[in-house]
Design a protein around this ligand. Structure first.
Ligand code: MN
Length: 305
């Protein structure tokens, strides 16, 4: 069953009025979701890029559905649900639509317990291109064929309604990386005033090698500044997606303490992975995999800050 436009507008309404969202100075929904005083575990799913099987497997993993129904846990999707990122598959848009509509269903069903933050792919903009394929435009054309112009408009509203950052007990979650030299809580709430900050939160990348960072890159100092300006505990987890570290040889989709930056975690849940996600409870982050394999990764890995 496909989703109707009026249902998408219901989703937009739920997202904008989410009770954990702080209104900005103009009374509009702000850029920040505040879970600091919310005593519930959260699940964190990384960039899906069309990995519908991963999304469904994670929601159905262990007792997640029951706990979502009971309002006991919060499901966080870190952005970039759409746009297949596999070589040779970047024009394949069916998986994008499957993920998009599953996200809509989840929000309609579990309301404010499902949080989707904005990634750089959550747009129809023509400027968005991967390997010179304009995936925003391609997805728009796919929807024009399989849905309608008004469906695209409603989905555009959905993209524009999304928040950019989530703060919880000892964790900060955003799509791509910290703002260079940090930003305050107030600046994140009022982020609609600052297109550069919006751009940085969805596009920044970790500076991995020696030399001068480019304007798109962040390093450990930016994370520390961000934590300090947000007045979060020094040992907070800083969790992002966007920049998978396949070059490290680790193919799980979860990288922690990346290049020695303590408690910096990248999570990426795209098609070839086994449904990796994070389970955060009382300052403890546990790695989970929703899809079993015969490989050597068994069970869950726990670490504590
Ligand atoms: Mn991204």
């Amino acid at each position: 069953m496909s989703i109707k436009e009026e249902e998408i507008y219901k989703v937009v309404d739920i997202v904008r009025k989410n009770r954990y969202r702080i209104p900005n100075s103009y009374g509009n929904p702000g850029g920040l979701i505040d879970l600091l005083n919310v005593d519930k575990p959260v699940l964190v799913i990384g960039d899906l890029h069309g990995a519908i099987d991963n999304l469904i497997s994670i929601v159905e993993h262990e007792d997640n559905i029951q706990r979502l129904k009971n309002g006991e846990i919060i499901l966080i999707i870190i952005g970039d649900g759409m746009h297949n990122d596999q070589t040779g598959q970047m024009r394949e848009m069916q998986s994008s639509l499957l993920v998009l509509e599953e996200v809509y269903r989840l929000i309609l069903e579990y309301k404010e317990s499902v949080l989707y933050i904005r990634g750089n792919h959550d747009t129809f903009e023509e400027r968005l291109a991967k390997s010179s394929i304009q995936q925003g435009l391609e997805f728009r054309n796919y929807l024009l064929e399989h849905r309608s112009e008004s469906y695209i408009e409603a989905t555009s509203e959905f993209f524009d309604s999304l928040p950019f950052m989530i703060l919880g007990e000892k964790y900060i979650i955003t799509h791509a990386g910290p703002i260079r030299n940090g930003a305050s809580r107030h600046e994140i709430i009022d982020i609609e005033d600052n297109p550069d900050y919006v751009h940085q939160l969805v596009w920044n990348r970790l500076h991995e090698f020696r030399g001068t960072p480019s304007l798109k890159e962040y390093d450990e100092r930016d994370i520390r500044k961000m934590i300090e300006k947000l007045k979060m505990p020094d040992d907070s987890f800083f969790i992002v997606g966007h920049n998978p570290m396949w070059s490290t040889g680790d193919k799980t989709g979860i990288w922690r303490d990346i290049i020695g930056i303590k408690n910096h975690i990248i999570i990426y849940t795209n098609i070839p992975t086994r449904g990796p996600y994070l389970y955060i409870e009382n300052g403890t982050v546990t790695e989970k995999f929703a899809i079993e394999s015969s490989g050597k990764l068994e069970g869950n890995y726990v670490w504590r800050n």
